[in-house]
Design a protein around this ligand. Structure first.
Ligand code: TYD
Length: 144
């Protein structure tokens, strides 16, 4: 739970590799060298209907890199004290989201693919899904 005392300033957009090729570019992300964690899980959101909002939770320990593999969307990051919105629209940029950050993903463009590289396998007990509970936890960590 100590990981949760994070701030939105710990969440940054990283430029990823890009091998240019007239017949199509390629981006490579390797565990440990390109990321501050080892990837244990990959998932992607797609066919998101216009106006849908995803996320709406924080993680206790999970680290993630979020990439707009196609199209675009906005990620709203909230550490309980400050918020920032990051627009992702290029497949060679990724947003690092550390534990203890409430995130919402909105404004999906048509055909958008939200690719997530995650540091842990799926674990429902790693989620904080109640915003009030999240705010209480962040307040406790900030004063302790
Ligand atoms: P959730 O993480 O809440 O999605 P989002 O934050 O994108 O809105 O997950 C949605 C559903 O999918 C939920 O029932 C849990 C399930 N799920 C898994 O079973 N495994 C996974 O790795 C993920 C990411 C979700």
């Amino acid at each position: 739970m100590t990981d949760c005392g994070s701030s939105i300033y710990n969440c940054n957009v990283m430029e990823l590799s890009k091998i240019h090729n007239p017949s199509g570019n390629i981006t490579i992300v390797q565990s440990d060298s390109d990321l501050p964690f080892r990837v244990k899980r990959v998932y992607y959101l797609y066919d998101v209907p216009g106006g849908s909002e995803r996320g709406g939770h924080a993680h206790k320990a999970l680290q993630q890199l979020i990439v707009a593999a196609s199209g675009s969307f906005d990620v709203i990051l909230d550490d309980g004290f400050m918020k920032k919105t990051v627009h992702l629209n290029r497949p060679n940029y990724g947003l690092m989201v550390v534990p203890g950050i409430w995130r919402e993903i909105i404004n999906f463009s048509s055909g958008a693919i939200c690719l997530v590289l995650a540091s842990e396998r799926y674990d429902p007990s790693d989620y904080i899904r109640n915003y009030q509970e999240f705010i209480e936890l962040k307040k406790q960590l900030n004063v302790s």
